[in-house]
Design a protein around this ligand. Structure first.
Ligand SMILES: Cc1cc2nc3c(=O)[nH]c(=O)nc-3n(C[C@H](O)[C@H](O)[C@H](O)COP(=O)(O)OP(=O)(O)OC[C@H]3O[C@@H](n4cnc5c(N)ncnc54)[C@H](O)[C@@H]3O)c2cc1C
Length: 447
């Protein structure tokens, strides 16, 4: 079969790949771009509406973010809002409602009040809700099933009406569709095109797919979730990283137990948001609780054991990885967290264990109110850094400077999709000596 040549090939049709496809199509003068996706649709994995918590992580209620991290995500989170507003997607795929982080008990209440003081300049709209106010705006976190109010103190810090929820699966598809509206360019999407091999040949890269197609490109960006690291390793790049896939599952309810997003206080040692409750846009805003966090030897959920071999290739197991994992397990908080999350997946015990933990947030919840959400959840490709001997708390990008970039995007990767696309579009255009109309990108999405 004849090979197809493109200026840029993007591997992976999740929200990261689609955001870059859109950004390059709309804001650069690059003439031909291909998006290669393994499955028969876009956003079938973590970027799917069922795969994540649908949160625009702006940093105001994410208690595991430092002020510096919040400042960084605020900019990219606003890009998602601006994109959706630009195309009129409010109340179609982006929704506004109340949201808050709550501190329960004296120590957490104190912590939340301090955090409010630290963050109020960056997020001037934040308000503090005491127990009396919470009875009115989010009563189910105050009262138990007998209508008795909880004994310990509780405080919420949040906002009553803000765009906070996005169906990222639907957004992914709009990014691809809006990109393809640029009629003077060749903008092609290939489904069922799993890239199995990438080789550098002079200034070009040659990509082979599982079904035997061959593509060549002047620049390649790999946005393939955990698989990005596997492809990087196979080319000799990113050997100082390993990937630890952390699966997240959810429990759904039939009712509206919460009026908005409610996050609990997170242990800053953990790279994930604490358990929370969210109105699910795909379930008519019924409350969905989660996600859990379980290390699994898989790069994808709901595809059997097909990605177990890729897991071992990306884990990159050696003495250093064993040391990182050992050090994680040595920490009592992390060990307990890992074990508790393991119990969340054991049939019969799972629901009871989860209920016990989530009742701390919604004391009136009963066993019959929650159902393990089959088909919901995804895998976060957490990165292990062998040089620094630690689990990285966010995303990682490998750029060897040879015309190829590999991105691993655990949470908040959906929120930062356009920010990451901005960064990569600049790098791609610099390398290809093409123009990136940054001014126009900023005017549409930032300023
Ligand atoms: C439980 C959970 C909750 C989360 N909650 C949030 C949240 O509330 N807010 C938020 O902002 N983020 C959240 N995230 C993170 C967010 O979902 C991800 O960061 C984001 O979806 C990553 O998008 P991606 O396109 O990089 O990867 P993916 O969505 O994984 O897409 C990768 C794509 O690459 C394709 N692919 C893989 N290998 C190949 C190959 N060899 N060839 C071709 N194609 C390939 C896959 O089929 C897939 O379509 C959450 C994640 C999880 C797991």
């Amino acid at each position: 079969m004849a090979e197809k040549h493109y200026d840029v090939v993007i591997v992976g049709g999740g929200i990261s790949g689609s955001a870059l496809f859109y950004t390059l199509a709309k804001y650069s003068n690059i003439k031909s771009i291909a998006l290669l996706e393994k499955y028969d649709d876009l956003a079938t994995l973590s970027s799917n509406g069922r795969g994540n918590s649908q949160t625009i992580h702006i940093g105001d209620i994410e208690t595991n973010y430092t002020l510096a991290k919040a400042t960084q995500v605020k900019r990219t989170a606003n890009m998602v809002k601006r994109y959706c507003l630009q195309y009129g997607y409010e109340n179609k795929l982006m929704f506004a409602h109340q949201k808050m982080a709550v501190g329960i008990g004296d120590a957490e209440v104190e912590y939340m009040k301090k955090r409010y003081e630290e963050f109020k300049e960056l997020f001037p709209y934040l308000e503090v809700y005491d127990k009396e106010k919470l009875k009115e705006i989010e009563p189910n976190i105050v009262f138990d099933e007998n209508g008795k109010e909880r004994a310990e103190d509780i405080v919420g810090v949040g906002v009553l009406d803000q765009y906070s929820t996005v169906d990222y699966g639907a957004m992914t598809k709009t990014l691809a569709q809006n990109a393809q509206k640029e009629k003077k360019k060749q903008l092609d999407i290939f489904f069922n095109s799993q890239v199995v091999n990438i080789k550098q040949l002079g200034s070009e890269h040659v990509l082979m797919t599982k079904n035997g197609d061959v593509f060549t490109a002047d620049f390649v960006v790999v946005d393939a979730g955990g698989h990005s690291l596997y492809l990087a390793h196979s080319m000799g790049h990113g050997k100082n990283f390993g990937c630890l896939p952390i699966a997240g599952s959810y429990y759904t309810t039939k009712g509206h137990f919460l009026k908005g997003k409610v996050y609990m206080v997170q242990n800053p040692k953990l790279p994930f948001a604490a358990l929370h409750g969210d109105p699910d846009v795909l379930l008519d805003m019924a409350t969905r609780f989660g996600p859990t966090a379980l290390a699994l030897p898989l790069l994808e959920r709901f595809h059997g054991l097909s990605t177990v071999p890729d897991f071992f290739r990306t884990l990159n197991l050696d003495g250093k990885i064993i040391r990182i994992l050992f050090n994680l397990f040595k920490d009592r908080d992390i060990r307990n967290y890992i074990l508790r999350n393991f119990v969340y997946e054991i049939p019969f015990l799972n629901k009871r264990a989860f209920l016990k933990d989530i009742k701390r947030l919604v004391p009136s919840l009963k066993l019959e109110d929650i159902t393990y959400a089959k088909g919901f959840g995804g895998v976060r490709p957490q990165v292990l850094n062998k040089t620094e001997l630690k689990l990285m708390l966010g995303e990682a990008s490998i750029n060897p400077g040879t015309g190829i970039i590999f991105n691993m995007t655990p949470s908040p990767g959906a929120t930062s999709c356009l920010g990451n696309a901005e960064r990569d579009a600049k790098l791609v255009c610099e390398h290809l000596k093409a123009d990136f109309n940054h001014k126009s990108f900023l005017a549409d999405l930032v300023n």
